[in-house]
Design a protein around this ligand. Structure first.
Ligand code: AMP
Length: 230
């Protein structure tokens, strides 16, 4: 599965729920990069400035990270990608990576621009466990993480200037992906301007429908004597 949507749409939250529900890994390229920056690895050193400015890390680096991650055994039953692909070139690379592993289910979470800005400016992250605490949870007013008690900090790229740049970059580089996937009828759109529970319900319906459509297609192929399961 791929979760698409602008920064602040709730991709991370929903990807985490899906991963838990299906017992498959959530792969967040943003988390992988932030960890690399914190650990000051070679990757972290290369990505740091780009991330701080709200730009996109190169397709070559990102494709390498995802290719390595999807080669791990825990992805055999499926995976949820959060924050990747972000460009058409990444989406094309992902197609090659998953060829033969079954069609991707792509969910686009749509949220109006003003709401995104409001959410991102109120968002806090736990420095200890990485939990994201949103404005609906009163993040701005909380001193400690409600999950583990760790200290809450704003993500450095949630600074208003950087947020504007990230939204611009989304519009320019990632929005074209919606068209890319729409042409293949694997794209499902959900309204992200509602509570996380409601969004999760909508996504669950979409994923169930996509799985049923796939089963039906496989059954039809069986009837035609052309079984082709992937
Ligand atoms: P995120 O947590 O998904 O918002 O990602 C944080 C930052 O990491 C982004 O603003 C980019 O600088 C970088 N990043 C994450 N995923 C990608 C990707 N697929 N392609 C390019 N840059 C990425």
């Amino acid at each position: 599965m791929v979760i698409l949507g602008p920064p602040g749409a709730g991709k991370g939250t929903q990807a985490e729920r899906l991963a838990r529900a299906y017992g498959i890994p959530k792969i967040s390229t943003g988390d992988i990069l932030r960890e690399a920056v914190a650990l000051e690895t070679e990757l972290g050193r290369r990505a740091r400035a780009t991330m701080a400015a709200g730009g996109l890390v190169s397709d070559t680096i990102m494709n390498g990270i995802v290719s390595e991650r999807l080669a791990r055994a825990d992805t055999a039953r499926g995976f949820v990608l959060d924050g990747y692909p972000r460009t058409v070139a990444q989406a094309e690379f992902l197609d090659e990576l998953v060829a033969g592993r079954g069609p991707l289910i792509v969910v686009e979470i749509r949220v109006p621009l003003e709401e995104l800005v409001r959410r991102l400016s109120g968002r806090r992250v736990c420095g200890a466990c990485g939990a994201v605490v949103g404005h609906l949870d009163g993040a701005e007013a909380l001193a400690a993480c409600p999950r583990c008690g760790g200290g809450l900090v704003a993500r450095s790229d949630d600074d208003p200037e950087v947020v504007r740049e990230r939204l611009r970059v989304y519009e320019r580089d990632t929005q074209p992906l919606v068209e890319f996937y729409r042409r293949r009828s694997t794209l499902f759109v959900v309204d992200g301007h509602q509570s996380p529970d409601r969004v999760a319900e909508q996504i669950a319906r979409v994923v169930t429908a996509a799985a049923e459509a796939r089963r039906d297609a496989a059954a039809t192929a069986d009837l035609g004597g052309r079984t082709e399961r992937r």
